[in-house]
Write a protein that binds this ligand. Structure first.
Ligand SMILES: Nc1ncnc2c1ncn2[C@@H]1O[C@H](COP(=O)(O)OP(=O)(O)OP(=O)(O)O)[C@@H](O)[C@H]1O
Ligand SMILES: [Mg+2]
Length: 357
């Protein structure tokens, strides 16, 4: 099923929760909606499900305009953050409930329920009630319920946020695998960028109801089109500083105060001669070196595998990752190198990329 959103808009009084979103989700694709709290993710999902009516715009499933189609006729499976299982029903009754509404014949219904439950490793729990299950098991019942009705589209709204870190990790993998095997067009709402990056074929980044970016995870990371996306994707986040890019003796320099780095022309060209621009560089693209720009260690934060180091150069701060065995201490003098093949530049007024936009 192809899902198309055309100029999709939702207003609640003066609040514009979703602001003219245009996008298409391909058949069998797994798309994540990623964005900070309140950006309009759930509202968009509920419009696709038919629970909210759009204020403007159009929703299509394949070629069919769905705006006036009631939720029960959309053949959607939904999984929410609160699993919303019926507490008085058994696992079996929970899983078969949507099929009973659809009037699926009893034999087929029981067979589907058992098949899905076995696939999710809860086939032996069919007689239990939700209160007698662990959080992860309840989550799988909710998933099973959404899947067993054989939906055309799966909608997930932060389905893993109630689980502990370990369970999240394994459920993340299970959902991804299941979605791939079944090939059901899926939309997965999250504000966890790791979840979005690891699970989705494409990520839609939403901010203030507007679509900021829509592309595969790798492209989002390497070619951020806006300052917001650059700062939002990646942990620890990208470093930003205000520089001026000038051309001297055939070389491009990004400089500010006493800081000066040479940047390859293909990165610097558009930023040159623009006055002050914002340079972005990821922590992994700054390394400690024997010969580099001198600075001083401001803070060391051990992360386990790496130390997150804050290096001060003049009055600028940069975060980078270092090997814990170096045993770096606050106040140590260090020299750093910038991998300028990877720097980003943004227009400070429009906050748009000077490389990819
Ligand atoms: N029924 C409603 N009435 C009025 N305003 C609403 C309603 N539902 C949502 N909003 C507002 O619309 C905006 C988007 O809300 P939405 O629930 O879609 O955000 P979200 O991206 O899902 O956030 P979160 O990550 O916190 O779940 C918010 O500003 C919210 O306050
Ligand atoms: Mg929400």
């Amino acid at each position: 099923m192809i899902v198309t959103l055309n100029n999709l808009t939702k207003r609640f009084g003066d609040v514009v929760a979703v602001d003219s979103i245009h996008m298409q989700i391909n058949d069998g694709e797994f798309v994540a909606f990623l964005g900070p709290s309140g950006c309009g993710k759930t509202t968009t999902l509920l419009m696709i499900a038919g629970i909210y009516k759009p204020s403007e715009g159009e929703i299509r499933f394949n070629d069919r305009v769905m705006n006036r189609v009631p939720p029960k006729d959309r053949n959607i499976g939904m999984v929410f953050q609160s699993y919303a299982l019926y507490p008085h029903m058994t696992v079996l009754e929970n899983i078969t409930f949507p099929m009973r509404l659809k009037k699926v014949p009893k034999d087929k219904m029981l067979q589907r329920a058992q098949q899905v439950a076995d696939m999710m490793g809860i086939g032996h729990l069919m007689d239990r009630r939700p209160g007698q299950l662990s959080g992860g098991q309840q989550q799988r019942v909710a998933l099973g319920r959404a899947l067993a009705k054989e939906p055309d589209i799966l909608l997930f709204d932060e389905p893993l946020s109630n689980l502990d870190a370990r369970l999240r990790l394994s459920m993340r993998a299970e959902i991804k695998r299941l979605q791939m095997d079944l090939g059901i067009t899926s939309i997965y709402v999250t504000h966890d960028q790791v979840e979005a990056m690891t699970m989705a074929d494409r990520i839609a980044v939403i901010k203030d109801g507007r679509l900021q970016a829509y592309c595969p995870p790798g492209e989002l990371y390497d070619q951020p089109r806006t300052l917001f996306v650059a700062g939002f994707i990646g942990n620890p986040p990208m470093n930003f500083l205000e520089v001026e890019v000038v051309r001297e003796n055939g070389e491009y320099h990004a400089r500010t105060g006493g800081f000066d780095v040479v940047v390859p022309p293909e990165r610097a060209q558009k930023a040159a001669g623009q006055g002050k621009v914002i340079m972005g560089i990821r922590p992994e693209d700054i390394t400690l070196a024997d010969q580099g720009i001198p600075g001083e260690i401001y803070v060391v934060e051990p992360l386990g595998r790496d130390d997150l180091i804050d290096v001060q150069i003049q009055d600028l701060h940069f975060r980078l990752l270092a090997d814990p065995s170096l045993n770096l201490k606050i106040g140590d003098p260090v020299q750093v190198r910038f991998n300028t093949e990877k720097v980003q530049f943004f227009d400070p007024a429009t906050e748009r990329s000077l490389l990819w936009d």
